[in-house]
Write a protein that binds this ligand. Structure first.
Ligand SMILES: NC(=O)c1ccc[n+]([C@@H]2O[C@H](COP(=O)([O-])OP(=O)(O)OC[C@H]3O[C@@H](n4cnc5c(N)ncnc54)[C@H](O)[C@@H]3O)[C@@H](O)[C@H]2O)c1
Length: 448
């Protein structure tokens, strides 16, 4: 029996008996739900994060992600199968390591793999024979094999022989009440058979369905294909919104009716642009890699440019609608409803709402915001200058004091009826007021 085979069989056995010890590196929107789901499936799980305050909050059972059930973290910690740590030494004890750290864009809007590289270096220092290392962060096709593998192999251990290496893209959709980590099928890929079998066997015990693919690069590409599809379709519906409006047709009504087609159509909705750590980022990774190999993705690039320009377009439209009320933008007071990048999450990364806010202020307007998820604006990578601003309390008196209310993010927990009663002008990018009958609508309502 070769050494590689015995390492493989021994890990396979441990996984089958749910005795394999698991670590997730990164306890953010992806790593934390993943770690909890794995521990809930019976595997002893350690969550590793460099952020000591987050680790302490998790170990204290605090609900650090707002859409989690109240006691999910507390029960996991109390059950003894899950603990968080900020000490990389914990990795020496585990059998499977899942890397879930950020992969943002650099200031030059190019892939930034620095977090993944740092995590891989921390793992490489402690890597021991028989471990399975899985990258879950979104990267360009080829990154695991050409960037991560050499770091892990630097001390002499070989992937596929001494340790196992796989890629499994995250498909977490924060705040989605229908699908969670367990019920979303998990794509798993590796360049060698043993690694592929191990990752497939592991996730078969965690999620309802695995989807094995033939290589690391294929698994990496799946994620980018999914997000580029969304990018292109969001750009398309936003473009259609403008053209249809010129024809006197409401895009929302069109999308609703088109969605009744049982095949060949999937609804995408207009808005002020795209946000989050995923949709705006993945197509850049794909496009960057395409250039690297002498190819190109002009349709994806055009969609990106369209989405990047959406907040500016919305800001311009706000100025036009205010001027119809004889209110110059340079003198206007605007309340922005919702600053998160999408509804019902406490996440402002790449938020188009904040891009609109900044654009309106650059045009001379005075902007405030209301967002139940952000009583105070945190310090963020994208918008450090906005840190410390406070959400305005939503009273009729406050709302009536603004020249316009702009609905940028359609959180459920907002009193839209109050806004409808008090606002002078509502500019709705999310069609939230469609649900109000004519009598309950604001004095002046414009879908933009
Ligand atoms: N958020 C989503 O909706 C989503 C969905 C699918 C995929 N993804 C992808 O998943 C990856 C992780 O995203 P996220 O949203 O969970 O990020 P996040 O910012 O919420 O969390 C990342 C965590 O990793 C920690 N961290 C950073 N570097 C570290 C290191 N070297 N060692 C240990 N911990 C470290 C940070 O402190 C943070 O807590 C990204 O590649 C992202 O593109 C995100």
């Amino acid at each position: 029996m070769t050494n590689a085979f015995s390492l493989y069989s021994s890990l396979k056995d441990r996984i089958a008996r749910r005795e394999a010890r698991i670590a997730t590196v990164g306890l953010g929107y992806v790593g934390l739900p993943l770690a909890l789901t794995i521990s809930e499936a019976g595997f002893p799980t350690t969550g590793l994060d460099l952020n000591g305050a987050r680790v302490a909050a998790i170990n204290a059972g605090e609900r650090v992600i707002s859409y989690f059930p109240e006691d999910r973290i507390r029960s996991a910690v109390a059950g003894g199968k899950f603990a968080a740590t900020d000490d990389f030494a914990a990795l020496a004890e585990v059998d499977v390591i899942l890397i879930c750290v950020p992969t943002p864009l650099s200031p030059a809007r190019e892939p930034d793999l620095s977090y993944v590289i740092r995590a891989a270096e921390g793992i490489a220092e402690r890597l021991r024979p028989g471990q399975l290392v899985v990258l879950e962060s979104t990267v360009w096709p080829g990154a695991t094999a050409t960037v991560i593998r050499p770091i892990l192999e630097a001390r002499g251990l070989r992937a596929g022989e001494d340790f196992f290496l796989a890629f499994s893209p995250e498909r977490e959709d924060p705040g989605n009440a229908t699908f969670d980590t367990r019920s979303i099928p998990k794509v798993v890929g590796a360049d060698d058979t043993r690694s592929r079998e191990l990752i497939d066997q592991f996730y078969s015990q965690i999620v309802t369905r695995t989807v094995p693919v033939s290589s690391l690069a294929t698994a990496e590409a799946v994620k980018l294909a999914e997000n580029s599809f969304r990018t292109v379709n969001i750009a398309l519906v936003n473009e259609m919104k403008v053209a249809l409006e010129a024809m006197g047709v409401d895009v929302w009504e069109v999308v609703k009716a088109a969605s009744t087609k049982p095949f060949g159509y999937m609804p995408f909705y207009p808005g002020p642009g795209i946000g989050g750590d995923c949709i705006p980022v993945s197509p850049v990774y794909l496009s960057w890699r395409a250039k690297d190999v002498g190819s190109a993705l002009p349709i994806v690039d055009l969609a990106r440019a369209n989405n990047d320009g959406a907040p500016d377009m919305i800001a311009g439209r706000v100025a036009v609608e205010l001027s119809k009320d004889a209110r110059p933008i340079t003198d206007a007071r605007i309340l922005i409803l919702g600053v998160a990048y999408k509804k019902n999450v406490e996440d402002t990364r790449e938020s188009p709402a904040l891009a609109v806010l900044k654009r309106l202020e650059a045009m001379g307007a005075e902007c405030d915001y209301h967002d139940p998820y952000f009583p105070v604006m945190p310090v963020t990578r994208d918008h450090p200058a906005l840190a410390g601003r406070r959400s305005v309390a939503l009273t009729e008196e406050a709302v009536a004091g603004y020249d316009a209310v702009l609905v940028a993010t359609d959180h459920s927990d907002v009193d839209y009826a109050l806004v409808a009663r008090a606002a002078r002008l509502v500019l709705d990018t999310r069609n939230v007021f469609a649900a109000f009958d004519t009598t309950g609508r604001p004095a002046r309502l414009v879908k933009i």
